[in-house]
Structures are given as structure tokens and as C-alpha cells.
Design a binder for this molecule. Structure first.
Ligand code: FER
Length: 248
């Protein structure tokens, strides 16, 4: 299945909870930089949500997974546009009651920005190891472990896997501010972050949690960026938070 955002086909997957209820909430789940919807930690969140009685919509973002668009041309603006398209799509589904938004890393950052833009539609926000280091690194001149002059943005960066990334990625990231987004979104937020994250230092989430009016922060001791050591603890935190939301 796919949706189209500005002429670009985006691969989506809708998973229903057991029993195919006539009405239920849905959670949109967004993967990270170089990621896709079938990653182990993305599927684990999907399954947890389905077990709780929510439908899920996983989406491969621009330039990622089985979606169209070139990796090198992806930016957070394109991902925000994709996110808005996903929200517009779930609004057309008759069974949907409430909409929740979850994302990992760059997808978590996208979810934070998107929740502010669509605050009236998003019941709660669940950023997992959100990659706030991207905004900071774009301004300070260090992304993907590569230093650059933030006032003279290079034409390209080289990603971890050797693929090129346009300098426009940096230009876009320099315009985005998590402080504005966090101030705007007053509904419940759960941030989960491993305290041994090698890609996004946990301090970013500790600081971000303080910016939200209604935020719970779950730090996972000894865990990495993609939860190699304790994915079950991440899922427990997500399920506990979501159970609280559903019982309200
Ligand atoms: C970076 C650190 C982390 C970066 C991207 C990320 C583009 C994103 C990680 C992810 O989404 O998993 O310097 O630069």
C-alpha cells in the first residue's frame, strides 16, 4: 500500500489489532535516518500497539525503505510533509478514533515537530531516542561525525553507509527549533532513551523532557540507540504509558 505526497509514492503498512474492531485508535510510527518500517524496534512498537488494541500505520519516509525519493535529497521538511500526508490519510479511515504519533531517532524528532504542527489532532506523542543532536549539530557544524562550517554549508555530506547527503539537509535542520515545538504541544509525551546511546547522547532527551509541559522520561539503563540490550524495557515503557492513555 502507498500514499502519495507531492507526487512521491510512500510505502505504508496498516496493521489492525486482533478482532478487527469497528472503531479503534491508531498510532503512526516513523523510522529513523537510513531506517525503514521493518526494523526490529519499529516492528516491536507496532506489535505492542496492536496488542493494546490500537491500529498502527508504519510509513517508509522520503528516500527510505521502499518509498520513492532519493536518500541524498531527503530533508526534515520533506519528512514533515510526509508526516502531514500520513495524518491526512489516517483521518480518512472510518475506524479511527484517536491518533497517536511515535517515531524513532530522526523519526522521533520529526514526530516532535509534527505534533506541534498538528497538536489538535495528536492525542499523545512518543519520541524514542529522538535525534535532537541533528538540530544542534547542524547549527554547530558537526553531523555524522563530520565537522563543517555552519556558515558555509558544504554541498554534501557522506552518510554512515557511504551514501551522499545534500547540504540542503543541513540548511533545513538549521531552521528548526525544538523549543518552539515543545512549548506548543501540551498533551502527554513519553520520551524513551537508552543511557548508552552511541548516536544521540541521552542528555538531549533529558533536556528536551524539561521543555514539555506534560512529559514522562524513561531512561533505559545500558541501552543503545537501537535498543540492542533491552528492547523489552522500551516496549514495557511504551505499553505502560499507552495503557494510561487508553484508561483515561
Ligand atoms: C547525526 C546523528 C544522528 C545525524 C543523524 C542522526 C545526519 C540520526 C540518527 C537516526 O535517525 O537514527 O549526526 O546526522
Amino acid at each position: 500500500m502507498y500514499i502519495v505526497d507531492d507526487g512521491i509514492k510512500l510505502n505504508i503498512k496498516l496493521d489492525m489489532p486482533a478482532g478487527n474492531p469497528a472503531k479503534c485508535p491508531i498510532c503512526i510510527i516513523i523510522h529513523g535516518f537510513t531506517g525503514h518500517m521493518e526494523e526490529r524496534h519499529i516492528v516491536a512498537v507496532q506489535e505492542a500497539m496492536n496488542e493494546l488494541g490500537l491500529a498502527t500505520l508504519r510509513i517508509d519516509m522520503y528516500g527510505h525503505g521502499s518509498s520513492e525519493g532519493e536518500f541524498k535529497n531527503h530533508t526534515l521538511y520533506k519528512w514533515l510533509s510526509n508526516g502531514m500526508a500520513a495524518i491526512d490519510y489516517v483521518k480518512t479511515l472510518d475506524f479511527v478514533t484517536d491518533i497517536y504519533l511515535c517515531g524513532h531517532s530522526q523519526g522521533g524528532l520529526t514526530a516532535m515537530l509534527l505534533a506541534a504542527m498538528e497538536k489538535e489532532k495528536i492525542k499523545a506523542l512518543i519520541p524514542l531516542s529522538p535525534a535532537l543532536v541533528i538540530l544542534d549539530g547542524a547549527r554547530k557544524g558537526n553531523l555524522l561525525g563530520q565537522p563543517f562550517d555552519p556558515e558555509n554549508i558544504p554541498d554534501k555530506l557522506v552518510s554512515w553507509d557511504g551514501r551522499e547527503l545534500s547540504g540542503n539537509y543541513i540548511r533545513v535542520a538549521q531552521t528548526l527549533h525544538i523549543e518552539d515545538a515543545a512549548a506548543k504541544y501540551e498533551k502527554p509525551v513519553l520520551i524513551v532513551h537508552g543511557d548508552q546511546d552511541e548516536a544521540v547522547p541521552v542528555e538531549y532527551s533529558i533536556d528536551a523532557a524539561k521543555l514539555y509541559k506534560n512529559c514522562r522520561l524513561e531512561l533505559i539503563p545500558g541501552d543503545t540507540h537501537c535498543y540492542d540490550n533491552d528492547l523489552p524495557a522500551v516496549i514495557r515503557a511504551v505499553k505502560d504509558f499507552m495503557s494510561g492513555m487508553l484508561n483515561k
